[in-house]
Design a protein around this ligand. Structure first.
Ligand SMILES: O=C(O)CCC(=O)C(=O)O
Length: 282
Protein backbone atom coordinates (compact mmCIF):
# COMPACT_ATOMS: atom_id res chain seq x y z
CA UNK A 1 0.00 0.00 0.00
CA UNK A 2 1.32 3.39 -0.91
CA UNK A 3 0.04 6.01 1.50
CA UNK A 4 -1.53 8.86 -0.51
CA UNK A 5 0.45 11.42 1.45
CA UNK A 6 3.66 9.94 0.09
CA UNK A 7 4.77 10.80 -3.36
CA UNK A 8 7.92 9.02 -4.29
CA UNK A 9 10.18 9.79 -7.20
CA UNK A 10 12.94 7.27 -7.45
CA UNK A 11 15.43 5.86 -9.79
CA UNK A 12 17.84 3.01 -10.03
CA UNK A 13 20.84 3.27 -7.81
CA UNK A 14 23.83 5.23 -9.08
CA UNK A 15 22.13 6.52 -12.20
CA UNK A 16 20.91 9.86 -10.79
CA UNK A 17 17.81 10.00 -12.89
CA UNK A 18 14.20 10.30 -11.89
CA UNK A 19 11.74 7.60 -12.74
CA UNK A 20 8.14 8.07 -11.89
CA UNK A 21 6.22 5.41 -10.10
CA UNK A 22 5.00 4.36 -13.48
CA UNK A 23 2.96 1.42 -12.36
CA UNK A 24 1.25 3.12 -9.43
CA UNK A 25 0.63 6.24 -11.49
CA UNK A 26 -0.90 4.20 -14.26
CA UNK A 27 -3.17 2.40 -11.84
CA UNK A 28 -4.05 5.64 -10.07
CA UNK A 29 -5.00 7.35 -13.31
CA UNK A 30 -7.28 4.57 -14.55
CA UNK A 31 -8.96 3.20 -11.40
CA UNK A 32 -10.81 5.14 -8.75
CA UNK A 33 -9.28 4.24 -5.40
CA UNK A 34 -10.55 5.38 -1.99
CA UNK A 35 -7.92 7.29 -0.05
CA UNK A 36 -6.36 5.37 2.80
CA UNK A 37 -7.41 7.88 5.47
CA UNK A 38 -11.06 7.17 4.55
CA UNK A 39 -10.47 3.42 4.77
CA UNK A 40 -8.98 3.83 8.24
CA UNK A 41 -12.18 5.50 9.44
CA UNK A 42 -14.12 2.38 8.39
CA UNK A 43 -12.15 0.33 10.95
CA UNK A 44 -11.60 -2.53 8.49
CA UNK A 45 -10.27 -5.79 9.89
CA UNK A 46 -8.80 -6.99 6.60
CA UNK A 47 -6.89 -5.15 3.92
CA UNK A 48 -8.61 -4.95 0.50
CA UNK A 49 -6.58 -7.02 -2.02
CA UNK A 50 -5.91 -3.89 -4.10
CA UNK A 51 -3.48 -2.76 -1.39
CA UNK A 52 -1.59 -6.03 -0.97
CA UNK A 53 2.09 -5.73 -1.67
CA UNK A 54 3.33 -7.21 -4.93
CA UNK A 55 6.83 -8.12 -3.84
CA UNK A 56 7.91 -11.08 -1.74
CA UNK A 57 10.68 -9.22 -0.03
CA UNK A 58 9.04 -9.49 3.38
CA UNK A 59 9.99 -13.17 3.25
CA UNK A 60 13.66 -12.38 3.78
CA UNK A 61 13.29 -10.78 7.17
CA UNK A 62 16.35 -11.25 9.27
CA UNK A 63 16.38 -13.38 12.40
CA UNK A 64 14.81 -11.02 14.98
CA UNK A 65 16.91 -12.46 17.81
CA UNK A 66 20.19 -11.42 16.24
CA UNK A 67 19.40 -8.11 14.59
CA UNK A 68 22.31 -5.72 14.27
CA UNK A 69 21.57 -2.12 15.29
CA UNK A 70 22.31 0.77 12.98
CA UNK A 71 25.23 2.88 14.27
CA UNK A 72 24.72 5.88 16.56
CA UNK A 73 26.82 9.04 16.12
CA UNK A 74 27.10 11.67 18.84
CA UNK A 75 27.34 15.22 17.47
CA UNK A 76 28.75 16.53 20.75
CA UNK A 77 31.71 14.14 20.39
CA UNK A 78 32.34 15.45 16.87
CA UNK A 79 32.61 18.93 18.33
CA UNK A 80 34.86 17.92 21.22
CA UNK A 81 38.59 18.13 20.44
CA UNK A 82 39.44 15.10 22.60
CA UNK A 83 36.69 12.85 21.22
CA UNK A 84 36.53 14.07 17.63
CA UNK A 85 38.94 11.56 16.11
CA UNK A 86 37.26 8.46 17.48
CA UNK A 87 33.79 9.83 16.59
CA UNK A 88 35.00 10.70 13.08
CA UNK A 89 36.18 7.13 12.79
CA UNK A 90 32.69 5.91 13.80
CA UNK A 91 31.09 8.29 11.30
CA UNK A 92 33.43 7.08 8.57
CA UNK A 93 32.72 3.41 9.34
CA UNK A 94 28.93 3.96 9.59
CA UNK A 95 28.82 5.77 6.25
CA UNK A 96 30.95 3.13 4.54
CA UNK A 97 29.40 0.01 6.00
CA UNK A 98 25.78 1.05 6.51
CA UNK A 99 25.09 4.28 4.64
CA UNK A 100 22.79 5.05 7.60
CA UNK A 101 23.17 6.20 11.21
CA UNK A 102 21.19 7.85 13.99
CA UNK A 103 22.54 11.22 15.12
CA UNK A 104 22.06 12.12 18.77
CA UNK A 105 22.82 15.38 20.61
CA UNK A 106 22.53 17.23 17.30
CA UNK A 107 21.52 20.57 18.81
CA UNK A 108 18.36 20.97 16.71
CA UNK A 109 15.31 21.52 18.88
CA UNK A 110 12.01 19.93 17.85
CA UNK A 111 9.98 22.85 19.25
CA UNK A 112 10.89 25.26 16.41
CA UNK A 113 9.45 22.72 13.97
CA UNK A 114 6.05 22.87 15.54
CA UNK A 115 6.10 26.64 15.47
CA UNK A 116 7.68 27.26 12.14
CA UNK A 117 8.72 24.77 9.52
CA UNK A 118 11.12 27.29 8.04
CA UNK A 119 13.06 27.52 11.26
CA UNK A 120 13.26 23.76 11.32
CA UNK A 121 14.43 23.41 7.73
CA UNK A 122 17.01 26.18 8.19
CA UNK A 123 18.41 24.42 11.26
CA UNK A 124 18.42 21.08 9.50
CA UNK A 125 20.21 22.57 6.51
CA UNK A 126 22.97 23.90 8.76
CA UNK A 127 23.23 20.44 10.31
CA UNK A 128 23.43 18.80 6.86
CA UNK A 129 26.31 21.08 5.88
CA UNK A 130 28.12 20.35 9.16
CA UNK A 131 27.71 16.60 8.62
CA UNK A 132 28.93 16.85 5.00
CA UNK A 133 32.01 18.71 6.20
CA UNK A 134 32.65 16.10 8.91
CA UNK A 135 32.33 13.39 6.28
CA UNK A 136 34.88 15.16 4.06
CA UNK A 137 37.22 15.27 7.03
CA UNK A 138 36.65 11.61 7.87
CA UNK A 139 37.44 10.66 4.28
CA UNK A 140 40.51 12.92 4.06
CA UNK A 141 38.79 14.63 1.18
CA UNK A 142 39.86 18.19 0.39
CA UNK A 143 37.55 20.33 2.54
CA UNK A 144 37.24 22.94 -0.21
CA UNK A 145 35.79 20.39 -2.63
CA UNK A 146 32.86 19.60 -0.34
CA UNK A 147 32.40 23.27 0.56
CA UNK A 148 32.31 24.32 -3.10
CA UNK A 149 29.83 21.62 -4.04
CA UNK A 150 27.47 22.59 -1.22
CA UNK A 151 28.05 26.33 -1.34
CA UNK A 152 24.37 26.53 -2.07
CA UNK A 153 22.15 23.74 -0.89
CA UNK A 154 18.88 22.72 -2.42
CA UNK A 155 16.50 21.34 0.17
CA UNK A 156 13.18 19.57 -0.11
CA UNK A 157 10.98 17.92 2.43
CA UNK A 158 8.48 15.11 2.49
CA UNK A 159 6.08 14.34 5.29
CA UNK A 160 4.94 10.75 5.46
CA UNK A 161 1.83 9.56 7.26
CA UNK A 162 1.34 5.85 7.74
CA UNK A 163 -2.09 4.98 9.18
CA UNK A 164 -2.54 1.89 11.37
CA UNK A 165 -3.33 -1.17 9.30
CA UNK A 166 -5.12 -4.41 10.33
CA UNK A 167 -2.84 -6.64 8.24
CA UNK A 168 0.55 -4.92 8.10
CA UNK A 169 2.28 -8.00 6.68
CA UNK A 170 0.24 -7.71 3.47
CA UNK A 171 1.12 -4.11 2.65
CA UNK A 172 4.02 -1.72 2.26
CA UNK A 173 4.13 1.76 3.79
CA UNK A 174 6.77 3.04 1.42
CA UNK A 175 8.28 0.93 -1.35
CA UNK A 176 11.99 0.07 -1.25
CA UNK A 177 14.08 2.87 -2.70
CA UNK A 178 17.37 4.66 -2.31
CA UNK A 179 17.59 8.45 -2.26
CA UNK A 180 18.73 10.36 -5.34
CA UNK A 181 19.91 13.39 -3.36
CA UNK A 182 23.14 13.78 -1.37
CA UNK A 183 22.16 13.62 2.30
CA UNK A 184 18.78 12.87 3.89
CA UNK A 185 17.88 13.80 7.46
CA UNK A 186 14.85 11.92 8.74
CA UNK A 187 12.82 12.80 11.81
CA UNK A 188 10.66 9.96 13.09
CA UNK A 189 8.14 12.37 14.56
CA UNK A 190 6.23 10.14 16.96
CA UNK A 191 9.13 7.71 17.42
CA UNK A 192 7.24 4.66 16.14
CA UNK A 193 9.27 1.93 14.46
CA UNK A 194 8.68 1.41 10.73
CA UNK A 195 11.83 2.29 8.82
CA UNK A 196 13.81 -0.70 7.58
CA UNK A 197 17.11 -0.63 5.75
CA UNK A 198 18.70 -3.29 3.59
CA UNK A 199 21.94 -4.61 5.02
CA UNK A 200 23.71 -7.68 3.64
CA UNK A 201 20.49 -8.94 2.06
CA UNK A 202 18.34 -8.49 5.18
CA UNK A 203 15.82 -5.84 6.13
CA UNK A 204 16.96 -4.30 9.40
CA UNK A 205 14.38 -2.32 11.42
CA UNK A 206 15.58 0.98 12.84
CA UNK A 207 14.51 1.51 16.47
CA UNK A 208 13.99 5.25 16.87
CA UNK A 209 16.19 6.79 19.57
CA UNK A 210 14.58 9.66 21.49
CA UNK A 211 15.18 12.97 19.72
CA UNK A 212 17.59 11.47 17.19
CA UNK A 213 17.72 11.96 13.46
CA UNK A 214 18.26 9.12 11.04
CA UNK A 215 20.77 10.31 8.46
CA UNK A 216 21.42 8.52 5.22
CA UNK A 217 23.70 8.83 2.27
CA UNK A 218 22.06 9.47 -1.11
CA UNK A 219 23.29 8.66 -4.61
CA UNK A 220 24.97 12.02 -5.16
CA UNK A 221 27.14 11.58 -2.08
CA UNK A 222 27.95 8.01 -3.07
CA UNK A 223 29.29 9.40 -6.35
CA UNK A 224 31.12 12.33 -4.75
CA UNK A 225 32.84 10.00 -2.29
CA UNK A 226 33.76 7.71 -5.19
CA UNK A 227 31.73 4.88 -3.69
CA UNK A 228 33.32 5.05 -0.24
CA UNK A 229 29.97 6.02 1.29
CA UNK A 230 26.94 4.09 0.20
CA UNK A 231 23.41 4.96 -0.81
CA UNK A 232 21.34 2.19 0.71
CA UNK A 233 17.90 0.86 -0.15
CA UNK A 234 15.27 1.41 2.52
CA UNK A 235 11.50 1.09 2.97
CA UNK A 236 8.81 1.76 5.53
CA UNK A 237 6.38 -0.71 7.07
CA UNK A 238 3.12 -0.03 8.86
CA UNK A 239 1.77 -1.49 12.08
CA UNK A 240 -1.55 -2.64 13.50
CA UNK A 241 -2.20 -0.20 16.29
CA UNK A 242 -0.26 2.96 15.79
CA UNK A 243 -0.07 5.56 13.10
CA UNK A 244 3.42 6.74 12.21
CA UNK A 245 4.70 10.10 11.04
CA UNK A 246 8.07 10.89 9.56
CA UNK A 247 9.64 13.92 7.92
CA UNK A 248 12.42 13.41 5.41
CA UNK A 249 14.52 16.44 4.49
CA UNK A 250 16.61 15.97 1.37
CA UNK A 251 19.77 17.96 0.56
CA UNK A 252 21.53 18.32 -2.77
CA UNK A 253 23.99 20.70 -4.36
CA UNK A 254 22.05 23.58 -5.85
CA UNK A 255 21.11 24.07 -9.51
CA UNK A 256 22.42 22.04 -12.38
CA UNK A 257 25.78 20.87 -11.31
CA UNK A 258 28.63 18.75 -12.34
CA UNK A 259 28.69 15.60 -10.23
CA UNK A 260 31.58 13.20 -10.10
CA UNK A 261 34.04 11.72 -7.64
CA UNK A 262 35.89 14.40 -5.65
CA UNK A 263 39.30 14.84 -7.34
CA UNK A 264 41.08 14.42 -4.00
CA UNK A 265 39.58 10.94 -3.64
CA UNK A 266 40.74 9.72 -7.02
CA UNK A 267 44.23 8.23 -7.24
CA UNK A 268 45.89 5.39 -9.17
CA UNK A 269 45.01 3.02 -6.31
CA UNK A 270 41.45 4.40 -6.08
CA UNK A 271 40.42 5.11 -9.70
CA UNK A 272 37.15 6.92 -10.42
CA UNK A 273 34.19 4.56 -10.21
CA UNK A 274 31.73 7.02 -11.73
CA UNK A 275 31.79 9.25 -14.79
CA UNK A 276 31.44 13.00 -14.22
CA UNK A 277 28.01 14.13 -15.45
CA UNK A 278 25.80 17.15 -15.30
CA UNK A 279 22.60 16.45 -13.41
CA UNK A 280 19.59 18.45 -12.40
CA UNK A 281 20.18 18.89 -8.69
CA UNK A 282 17.78 21.65 -7.80
O1 LIG B 1 9.15 7.06 6.84
C1 LIG B 1 10.31 6.61 6.81
O2 LIG B 1 10.86 6.14 7.79
C2 LIG B 1 11.07 6.59 5.50
C3 LIG B 1 10.84 7.82 4.69
C4 LIG B 1 11.60 7.79 3.40
O3 LIG B 1 12.41 6.94 3.12
C5 LIG B 1 11.33 8.84 2.40
O4 LIG B 1 10.48 9.72 2.64
O5 LIG B 1 12.01 8.81 1.34
Amino acid sequence: MQCPLNWTVKRRKGKVRSVERAMETKIASSVKVPIVQELVKEKLTTVPPRYHRRDNDHLILSDPSSLPEIPVINMQNLLNTDLMDSELHKLDKASQEWGFFQLINHGVGSEPFRDAIEAYSAEVKVLAIKMLNFMAKALHMKAEEMKTLFKEVSQSMRMNYYPPCPQPELVTGLYPHSDANALTILLQVNEIEGLQIKKDGFWIPVSPLPNAFVINIGDILEIVTNGAYRSIEHRATVNTKKERLSIATFHSPNLDCDIGPAPSLVAPETPAKFRRTTVECG
